[in-house]
Ligand binder design. Structure first.
Ligand code: BDR
Ligand code: CA
Length: 312
């Protein structure tokens, strides 16, 4: 059983990652959700988390609003990828639930200090909240067993030629996290692309229950990016770290010391894995490298159908 704090910027793929966990209460206990500015403003991503939880019937999961901007930069929302709301596509009733009122970082701190068992931090947005936690309360941070994150790349980029969005958005925060020595499992662009879901796979959910319908509505919007480029599949980035926790046997990875470029003119937010062992730094990041895509896609679809039956 993984005891999870999810730090996220929902975002279609963040919500699908959350739904995959909600489908498996035997594997995931979600202790709370914290939000961070990324795909959209902090108010919008927080509202998206609340309204989806209300819609799916999981309003008891506490949501805390976190950092409104990166540590030393201005936010750069991504309406092209996620729309003006950050979750364009599905039409959901307005959120009824409220946030806890605690700042996301204070909430993480509280949850961690209360735990007697280890906690997995799942991070699917920029790493601002996580870095603040590590800086402000190292004692609480010691309770984190591992950080499973979507971010970075070995070679590629999606916001700059060599930079992935989550790390690009707050590179200074990402550097603090990658340098922390806490074990990290990194789902970078390459593994997310290797696990891309064929565009003709998710429509098989149409006609299903609430979770299936929400997934189809979200992916109809989200996969437009791939469709207009003539691609036959679409990476559901933030789902990958959840799938790795759920089906570790279908992945392989390799350990490296990973650091982040914060100053580069061309490479802001580039993650650099030390392939050569040059740095005197712990190889604390397991970079996921291969995945059985068929098993991944099947597990994703089964999870959404399972959530349909969990929520009834
Ligand atoms: C990441 O950026 C966001 O658009 C997604 O939610 C994902 O976390 C992919 O680069
Ligand atoms: Ca995200």
């Amino acid at each position: 059983m993984y005891r999870i704090i999810m730090d996220c910027d929902p975002g279609h793929d963040d919500i699908i990652a959350l739904m995959a966990m909600l489908a498996h209460p035997e594997t995931f206990e979600i202790l709370g959700i914290t939000t961070v500015a990324g795909n959209q403003t902090i108010e919008k991503v927080t509202n998206n988390a609340l309204k989806v939880l209300d819609y799916l019937g999981f309003s008891q999961i506490p949501v805390s609003q976190g950092a409104a901007k990166p540590l030393c930069r201005e936010p750069e929302p991504q309406p092209d990828a996620h729309g003006e709301s950050g979750l364009d596509g599905p039409v959901l009733p307005p959120a009824v639930s409220k946030t806890t009122g605690l700042h996301g970082v204070r909430f993480m701190e509280k949850i961690l200090l209360e735990q007697t068992e280890s906690v997995t931090l799942l991070a699917t947005g920029p790493l601002t909240n996580v870095a603040l936690l590590l800086e402000l309360n190292p004692e609480a941070a010691k309770r984190i067993e591992r950080i499973c994150l979507m971010g970075g790349s070995l070679y590629g980029g999606n916001i700059l030629p060599r930079s992935e969005f989550n790390i690009y958005h707050d590179p200074e925060a990402a550097r603090i996290v990658f340098r922390s020595g806490i074990p990290i499992v990194m789902s970078g662009l390459e593994i997310c692309d290797a696990a891309a879901v064929p565009l003709d796979a998710y429509p098989t959910l149409a006609g299903g229950g609430k979770a299936s319908r929400l997934t189809v509505d979200m992916l109809d919007f989200y996969t437009e990016y791939s469709r207009v480029r003539g691609w036959s599949d679409s990476a559901i980035f933030d789902l990958t770290p959840v799938m790795q926790l759920l089906r570790p046997e279908i992945f392989t990875g390799e350990n490296y010391a990973v650091d982040v470029e914060t100053q580069g003119e061309l490479c802001r937010g580039m993650t650099v894995a030390d392939f050569t062992g040059t740095w005197d730094a712990p190889k604390s990041t397991c970079v996921l490298k291969t995945v059985d895509r068929d098993a991944y896609v099947q597990t994703f679809l089964e999870s959404i159908r399972k959530l349909d039956s969990v929520i009834g």
